[in-house]
Design a protein around this ligand. Structure first.
Ligand code: SF4
Length: 555
């Protein structure tokens, strides 16, 4: 029997047969499940490119259920983690220590989170504090749902340090139980276009000046990585000795003084910074060292050397899903996946093309140094588009707060438009979004912060006046952009273009979340044509390319 036919027969006629809360498959889901299982059978990681509304979580859950082993699902944020639990009803979930309260009675005169607590205490057990309870629940569960930031930290822990009573002596003793997240049969990474960033964030070392000042350990005062490695070499042993000495003294007293506990926490966090800096090998991947308001940041520019150790090795099979996978050859390189170690499963869109058209209408080319007079053309275009949709809510993805403010302030020439406009700042974003969702009417929201993560099926039209290229005035963006391989391949430029392309594709999906939603996207920046020409065609999924009408062919 053909292997694909055999595998498809393993996937039941209905998701309910797998215990999933959906009566029937949506189009292409069953085939996507079978194709993923087939990829695993060939020993490959599977990238699933599935457009908005194709039911990615159900596809991933079904793969896990057909396999029948243990699985770990990763979402980008706690909000999306909760969304996955609506499909994975039996899954256990866990979040980072900062989300849990410590049960110890007010040791420092204030309520502590588990992140600040001197763990483990006698509540580090099943039925103990909230943080440990969730770990025990995960250890017992076949399916667990975590977020990226927590997963990459917790997976690498050797085990789970708990407290138990020794039945022979009736005394409390510490035990190291196995890490509940290691050795899962399946690892499912959702929102995979954000995965590289999540891995880099997890590998970033934040150096807090205050901690080191209090320990009287002077920082290097330079952004040269060699000096930081020398500094770590010099201080790691003295700090380790201080930690050991303090912990030894704790054992001699029943209730250590709170100042000593604080000192121990400072020393432990300083030690882990020193140890991490010491382990950096700049031959593997370039690092950036930069100043931050609280001290310094030591950050890898790429995740290709670390992705396996931080994440992929915790699943026997690995599934990487997104509506915007990008060019899979480039995306897998960024994640350190070898060329013959992956396969792509593409799920077609079931949303009718006529419900989600994308128009390229280049009113002008946006670039650094545009005059106000030039940018006014975008204001005129906005007024024109708003007049074409007098009763629909609209969104302007303005790319930056500066451009957003320019559009808003100059709309006074068009009173009809101005009365419909809504704008927000970085600080009132959440409340403005909530108000817009609650009462969209025919209002037009100007925002640089809604290309991902919002479901606005009520929006009838969207304008993209500027291609959202990453900001080259940011040191890290610039260093990545300039990066070339030893062979001179400008991989940094390719990534830069792909990031802009994916942001456009993501933005276009905001207003069409179900097959019956209707929403038009109009790109008015002439730079989009350049982006389209110089970016790998694979960076734009076919369901997006098919929707584009070139109002002015050739840009
Ligand atoms: S184990 Fe103890 S110290 Fe740690 S968070 Fe729980 S209650 Fe607090």
């Amino acid at each position: 029997m053909d292997s694909m036919v055999r595998i498809t027969e393993l996937v039941p006629e209905s998701p309910t047969d797998l215990g999933l809360p959906h009566g029937s498959w949506w189009p292409h889901q069953r085939e996507a499940v079978a194709a993923t299982l087939s990829g695993f059978e060939q020993g490959r990681k599977v990238l699933v490119s599935a457009p908005t509304g194709s039911g990615k979580t159900l596809i991933g859950s079904a793969v896990a259920r057909v396999q029948g082993g243990t699985s770990m699902f990763l979402a980008h944020t706690i909000y999306l983690q909760r969304q996955q639990l609506r499909t994975l009803l039996q899954a256990a979930t866990a979040t980072g220590r900062a989300n849990h309260t410590c049960l110890l009675p007010d040791p420092f005169g204030q309520e502590l989170t588990a992140a600040e607590a001197p763990c483990p205490c006698h509540f580090a057990r099943e039925g103990g504090c909230g943080y440990y309870n969730q770990l025990f629940a995960c250890a017992d569960a076949d399916e667990v749902v975590l977020n990226y930031a927590y997963a990459v930290r917790v997976c690498k822990a050797h085990g789970m340090k708990v407290t138990t009573i020794d039945p022979t002596t009736n005394q409390e003793v510490s035990l190291l139980l196995p890490n509940p997240f290691k050795g899962r049969d399946l690892l499912v990474c959702d929102e995979a276009h954000l995965l590289e960033r999540a891995l880099i964030d997890a590998d970033t070392i934040d150096v807090h000046r205050r901690t080191f000042d209090q320990l009287q350990v002077p920082l290097p005062g330079t952004t040269e990585l060699g000096a930081w490695k020398e500094w770590a070499k010099l201080w790691v042993t003295p700090v380790a000795n201080r930690v050991t000495g303090l912990l030894k003294s704790f054992r001699a007293v029943e209730h250590p003084h709170r100042d000593d506990i604080r000192e121990a926490r400072r020393l432990q966090s300083a030690y882990s910074v020193l140890d991490e800096v010491l382990q950096i090998n700049p031959q593997d991947v370039p690092y950036y060292v930069g100043r931050t308001p609280s001290g310094y940041q030591v950050r890898p520019l790429w995740a290709w050397e670390t992705a396996h150790n931080l994440l992929f090795k915790y699943g026997r099979d690995v599934m990487i899903m997104s509506a915007t996978v990008g060019d899979p050859h480039l995306t897998t390189r960024l994640l350190g996946i070898e060329p013959d170690d992956w396969t792509l499963v593409e799920v077609p869109s079931t949303f009718p093309l006529e419900n989600r058209p994308v128009f390229y209408w280049p009113v002008m080319k946006m670039k650094h140094g545009n005059t106000d007079e030039e940018k006014m053309q975008q204001v005129h275009a906005l007024a024109h588009l708003a007049s074409k949709f007098p009763t629909s809510a609209g969104v302007v993805h303005c790319c930056s707060y500066t451009l957003g403010r320019f559009l808003y302030d100059n709309a006074h020439r068009y009173p009809d438009l101005q009365s419909r406009l809504v704008i927000h700042t970085a600080t009132d974003r959440e409340s403005v979004f909530a108000d817009f969702e609650h009462n969209p009417s025919n209002r037009v929201l100007i925002t640089p912060a809604a290309t991902t993560g919002v479901d606005w099926g009520f929006v009838g039209w969207q304008m993209i006046p500027k291609v959202p290229f990453p900001d080259l005035s940011d040191d890290i963006v610039r260093l990545r952009y300039e990066y070339q391989t030893e062979e001179g391949e400008p991989i940094g430029k390719r990534v830069y273009l792909q990031e802009a392309a994916l942001a456009i594709v993501q933005a276009s999906g905001r207003c069409v979340r179900t097959p019956t939603d209707k929403g038009v996207t109009i790109i008015t920046d002439g730079a989009f044509w350049t982006l389209f020409q110089f970016t790998s065609p694979l960076s734009f999924p076919s369901w997006f390319r098919d929707a584009v009408t070139w109002y002015k062919p050739g840009g």
